[in-house]
Design a protein. Structure first.
Length: 127
């Protein structure tokens, strides 16, 4: 499913946690809004591009980075069916574009990025 919508950085961070490390993210990392999961590799890669970024820990295949002034985040699912890019437009707002599997759509909705009304109408674009 094609995705093209706007969302806040904190919403996309919540989506990343739901999609990559919800069951094992350390509580302190989850509570810190500047900590993001990253995963390197051809399949399932998550890359955070920011002006300031430092590694703060890792669990399993996920590295946690503290990032400030995030410019762009690229997300690729392990299955290869979802490829999303969040790009900052102004402040903490950004544009999210790409392709999403149904599982990814569920996680986007759970993170507050896609509304149920948009999904019922079959619309993924939101102002």
């Amino acid at each position: 499913m094609k995705i093209e919508t706007s969302c806040k950085l904190k919403e996309f961070r919540k989506f990343l946690i739901l999609s990559t490390c919800q069951t094992f993210i350390p509580r302190s990392f989850k509570l810190d809004g500047e900590v993001f999961p990253e995963r390197h590799g051809r399949e399932g890669g998550v890359i955070v591009e920011a002006k300031y970024k430092e590694t703060v820990g890792s669990v399993r295949e996920v590295t946690f980075v503290k990032a400030r002034e995030v410019l762009k985040i690229s997300y690729n699912s392990k299955s290869g069916r979802s490829k999303l890019t969040w790009t900052r437009t102004k402040g903490e707002e950004g544009k999210l574009v790409g392709e999403a599997s149904m599982n990814t759509v569920v996680n986007l909705a759970s993170a507050g990025i896609l509304s149920g009304l948009n999904l019922l109408k079959g619309e993924i674009d939101k102002p």
